[in-house]
Structure formats: structure tokens, C-alpha cells
Design a protein. Sequence first.
Length: 374
Amino acid sequence: MPVDDKAPLRRMIHFSFPIRFGNPKNLLNPQPNRHQSKLFHNLPMADVLPSSRRPVCPSCSKPARICLCSRFRSSSVENSVGVIILQHSLEKNHPLNSARIVKLGLKNVEIATVSDVNFEARFTIRLPEPNSAAQNLDPDIECSFRNGHGTIQKPQIQDGSIVDKLNCTKTNEGAAISVTIGKHGVVNSFDHIWMQLPGFQELKINEFLASPEIRASLAKGFIVKKMQKRQLVESKGLEEYAEFEIQVPPKSVLLFPSENAFTVSGGVDGSDFYINNLIVLDGTWAKAKRMYNENPWLRLLPHMKLDLEIMSLYSEVRHQPKIGFLSTIESIVYALKLIGDHPEGLDDLLDVFESMIGDQRRCKDERLKITSQF
């Protein structure tokens, strides 16, 4: 997943215990070199936005002459495992950004734009209200978390979640957790509704976020909102604005190669660990690490990473630090297959991605040819 600062994020994702979701026969059989150029017919090209510059497709944001929309062989793929992409603000319009293919190709996907914290950001985490849609996503959720020593432990909670035992006033804005951070994730303030419980008063934020009891209390999902500060135009003053609000479903995991990330390298048969939703960071490796550090709520989730010794299709046009460092679209496709969600048409998304890489290679060759004439 690490890449140079000028390269898009390659994702390396790993699981060391098996995972079960859906049909256990859907196992990963990566064939990264089999995706050859194909003709794509079914989807019509989107209408082109009028502009004084070269025309651009409003759907895929590519120049009209290399629009991707007509290359999808079918309508959106019906993925059962949801995907939430946290996309760095500088990545959206990158010509080789592969999240655009995810957005057009998967039905169950959301993209939230995330920018760097240059002044201050405030996060509030709310628990789903009783009988709310978020609460009813999965009433029988059962979670397991890695304890950091290579084994799996289940939170030792009796009589339900510890949040049910509290009779206290919630933090600011009715949140269960409130965190204010500065640049690069430096914590300025931290508050939560568990302060009154023995053993929770002195916990540092990383210890708190890693606590099995806290994770169990948030196992039915939560809503996270980010308020970001930015400088006013032609002024030294700051204004606060809402950057995103995300409903994180139960059984969500983050695709990120942290130290305690677990790996998936085989099938899904016989596992007791379930995944309902993937959260993916989209940006260069440097930007992905900064997004991770500046979004502390991500540490509430189990982390996973792929363990695949394959070359990224990106390697033809972008630097790949080493084998296994993949693009966003490749990581999502392989991760979905590993956890058993392999809907019809999923592999076709890699064909579209390969064709986009081919466009970039041809454009590069054309520029070199023109340059050589002078």
C-alpha cells in the first residue's frame, strides 16, 4: 500500500485468520495478467459537459475522447458487502484515480471527501438511537477483535453493552465520543460518556479506542461527523464547516496495513468472523497515512490487509514500491473476493481499469512522439 507521494494509493490488505461471508466457495483466484483489452458496448457514453476547454464526461470525469462509461459491460455490480471510500481531496481529479471506476461499477458504495487538517478538526461519534435504521442494521451482531498478540479475543461484557449501564449526560452535541485534533492528528481535547466508569478516567485516547469494551459498545454501528476549520478568503480568521457525516454499519473493517491488521490469504470457509462493510482510504501513501492519523475514529475498527504477491496494473505507468502494493480498485475487488462477495461482473471492473491504464500509456507515447519532433 505505501507508494511515493506522487503515486496513487496502492492498497495492501492482510487477514491471518479465515473469514466467512456468504457462499464459502467464492475464493480468490487472482489472475492479474489475464485482463486483456476488450470491447465494451452496453453502457452509453454520458452526455458531455459544455466547456471552453476540452469536453469532459460528467460521470467519469475523463476527457470525452477517453470516456470510461461505455466500457462497462453491464450495469452496476450488486456487491453485498458495502464499500465506503474516504477519498483525499487531491485525489478526486487525478487522471489515474481508480475510485471513479468503483463509483461507477459498484452499486453499494459511498465516497466521502477528506481533506488535511491544517488548523483544527472536531469529531463527534454518536451511537444509533434505539429502533433507528442504524440500530436495526444487525440486531444480533457479534464482534471479535485482535488483541495485538496474534490471537482473537471477544470482549468480556456481561449484561450487554456497557453503554446500556450508563445513566449519564452525553458529551457535546449528544455524542458518545468527542475528539478535537490539530495538524497530523495531535489530540487537543478528548471526552466520552464512559468517563465515570472505573478504569476509564485515565485512559489515553489510543488505549481508549483500542479497548475491547468500547469497541463492543459501538459494535452495532455509529455515526461519525467531522467539523473542519479553514481560513477565510482574504482574512486571517477561521471558519468551521461540516466536512462529512458517515454512518458506519456494524461489522465494518478498515483496509489498512497497521501493525495489528489481520490478514486473509485463503478461503472463507469455517470462519466465525463476519464482514458487512469495507472502509478504504484513497490517496497517495503519504496522504493515506495522514488521513489515518487525522481520523482517530478509524482506530475503533478492526484493520485488515491483503497478502497478495501480485503486480499492480498500475506498474505500467506508475511507480510500484514493491509487489502487492495495489490500486484502490484492485484492492477492493480482491478483498471482496477473499471475504466471499464475488458478484457477477466484479472482475470486469479490472478490465475497465486496465483500459484506463492503456489510455494513459498511449497519451504518454503521443506526448513523447510530439516532443521528439522538435
